[in-house]
Write a protein that binds this ligand. Sequence first.
Ligand code: PHE
Length: 342
Amino acid sequence: MESIVQQINAYRQEIEALELVTPDQLETYRIKFLGTKGIVKALFGEMRNIPAEQKREFGQVLNDFKQFAEAKYESAKETTDSDQPQAAAIDLSLPGDPIVAGTRHPINLVRRRIIDIFHRLGFAVADGPEIEDDWHNFTALNLPEHHPARDMQDTFYIAQNPDWLLRTHTSNVQVREMEKGKLPIRVICPGRVYRNETISARAHCFFHQVEGLYIDEHVSFADLKQTLYFFVQELFGKDVKVRFRPSYFPFTEPSAEMDISCLICGGSGCRVCKQTGWVEILGCGMVHPKVLESCGIDSNKYTGFAFGMGIERITMLLYGINDLRLFSENDVRFLRQFTAAT
Ligand code: PHE
């Protein structure tokens, strides 16, 4: 019996030293020690060869050993069964899951390019509120009280206060810059604007603008033309042609709209340019003296020009997009296509 008890002690040591981490290790252990052909079972078989007077003592040793072996199994099982990934089960040689990087929204890409071009001409970015009062959005800009743009059909008013509205252009920021009274002023105002339009492929109830303002002594229409000409050449390429058509805005005099030669057909006429070869991209003009005076600027001393453009429209031209709604539907199949600025 001596030698068997020694053998059992050796097994004990072996079991103690065992690390059962993976389910495989656990199962191998179970088969070796606790299985029907396992060591514990075999040891019980030895009972036959033990002299009768020692059977009791040997039985005690065996039972202790059996419990010990089972306890090891149970406690190891608890840790391997849990949901925790097992250290040894992770194959570190496998390639990792790719992290899908987001892409910039096309409106953002184009906005950044526009800002960058004007930045090089010395224009700073100015910001202002999207919820605006009547003065900054309309009155200071020489829009008379009964101007159609003030109509509920065109403008979203805030129910709590009839003086508040969602700005219809970022010209409100220009007014705020002029009111600060620090001259000269050379700013562009990118931002979201709101108009009460029926949503379609060509119109939306919100869109994005970049407006610009330059006020100093002796600023002329020639400065306006050259600035905008530089801008479109930087944005669309050196081959682009421009033309100015007389227009009307209450806040500028004289006013103009600027067209560029159609990028799609190169000027020969297509659906995008409605067969004219030209596409309108912005409104502009010399700041009306009344506007300067409203904002506390001496219109005898200072002159200035202003311009405003829709970012959506320019983005559509640059990328050949034909439906304005795509910009706000958040379909990743659309958005993923714009990884770099053109
Ligand atoms: N505010 C005008 C608009 O929203 C754009 C514009 C700005 C026109 C400045 C002329 C001068 O349409």
